[in-house]
Ligand binder design. Structure first.
Ligand SMILES: [Fe+2]
Ligand SMILES: [Fe+2]
Length: 368
């Protein structure tokens, strides 16, 4: 079925066009690469997986509660609107929220694919081009699995949020080659990764859990790539150039924190925009969620050397400054382990079922 039949409202244009700026670069040096980057490229090749096979698509999903979201974590919980809602309305609201959230993941993944392809084109060194080519494929697979989940299991999609779109546009319009890394790999992917992680670790539904765990296994490599590339490059920039990057980060962080809240979902339920914003603002759960969204960005920004006074002040203002001390390597290693453990458990369960089946057959044979 065409996605356009599943959108809550028409996305406006069928194709979004962003005029390209900056140069496409070729390198004629084929034999020299940074060891760590080439090792990451090798890992990127080794760890490819097929979403059509690795994910158990036959698992059923209740579209009216795809993630097993508890009442208290709904933004309307505790408001006068919630009290008026029937169970059916609440199911409908859960469906819209899950659809909105996974739709933003999906559009973000397409953005990540386009940015990774842009990096292949514009980055000067061949080792980085090689690596980014594997990432382009990773992001294609991510977009594929989120798209399939929304089409087959939820049956509803939301267009891209206006503010996410404007950040993505700014990232792609900039001609400086590090900007797709900063806007996409650090900001958008950092936020997405934190959101994926919170759902992965709280949902009791096996299908979305698999999707998120496997996607995050790949994202751990992407973050490593962004950090490696930017840490090297930002050491060479002047103070003024670094401040420009920091301003971009500050603006992007406020925009994502304040303008990416799913207010459009509540508007679809007839709640006026101002009141919808107020509900999202007052929800204790969402306030915590918004803070945790920064758990991956803040340590990454610090690590790549964007840690000037203005940026530190902004993070203090947002209440996320302390997150700069988190150990990113440990978080990434954990993301990889969780996916591997999930695989091991699933294999063990399948193996157990197969053994039981064989034992039943033997028992049936002996009984004869
Ligand atoms: Fe991705
Ligand atoms: Fe990614």
């Amino acid at each position: 079925m065409s996605t356009h039949e599943l959108y809550t409202h028409a996305p406006g244009e069928t194709t979004w066009q962003i005029p390209a700026t900056g140069a496409a670069r070729f390198s004629w040096e084929y034999d020299e690469g940074r060891d760590r980057l080439l090792a990451l490229y090798q890992k990127g090749k080794d760890k490819q997986w097929d979403g059509a096979k690795r994910i158990a698509w036959d698992l059923e999903v209740d579209p009216y509660d795809p993630l097993g979201t508890p009442d208290e974590s709904m933004s309307l919980y505790g408001t006068r609107h919630w009290d008026k809602m029937t169970d059916r309305d609440k199911g409908e609201l859960r469906k819209h929220y899950a659809s909105w959230q996974f739709s933003q993941f999906l559009h973000g993944e397409q953005g990540a694919m386009v940015c990774a392809a842009r990096i292949v084109e514009s980055v000067p060194d061949l080792d980085a081009k090689f690596y980014s080519a594997t990432q382009t494929m990773d992001e294609a697979r991510h977009a594929e699995v989120y798209g399939r989940f929304l089409h087959d299991k939820i049956g509803m999609l939301y267009p891209i949020n206006d503010n996410l779109k404007s950040l993505l546009g700014d990232t792609l319009r900039d001609s400086r080659w590090d900007m797709p890394y900063l806007g996409m790999q650090v900001l958008i992917e950092g936020l997405a990764l934190a959101a994926f992680g919170m759902i992965r670790d709280t949902t009791d539904k096996p299908l979305p859990k698999q999707i998120l765990a496997y996607v995050m296994q790949d994202e751990a490599r992407h973050v490593a790539f962004g950090r490696m590339a930017l840490r090297d490059y930002y050491k060479q920039l002047s103070d003024a150039e670094l401040r420009e990057r920091e301003e971009f980060v500050i603006e992007g962080c406020y925009l994502m924190r304040d303008r990416l809240r799913g207010v459009e979902v509540l508007e679809n339920f007839g709640i006026p925009k101002a009141e919808a914003e107020e509900c999202s603002e007052n929800s204790e759960f969402l306030a915590l969620f918004r803070q945790l969204l920064f758990s991956r960005i803040v340590p990454c920004v610090k690590d790549i050397g964007l840690w000037g006074k203005r940026l530190q002040e902004a993070y203090v203002d947002m209440g996320v400054f302390e997150m700069g001390n988190a150990n990113l390597d440990q978080l990434m290693a954990q993301d990889e382990e969780i996916a591997e453990k999930l695989d091991a458990e699933r294999f063990a369960a399948e193996e157990g079922a197969r053994v039981a089946e064989v034992e039943d057959m033997i028992a049936a044979g002996e009984g004869r």
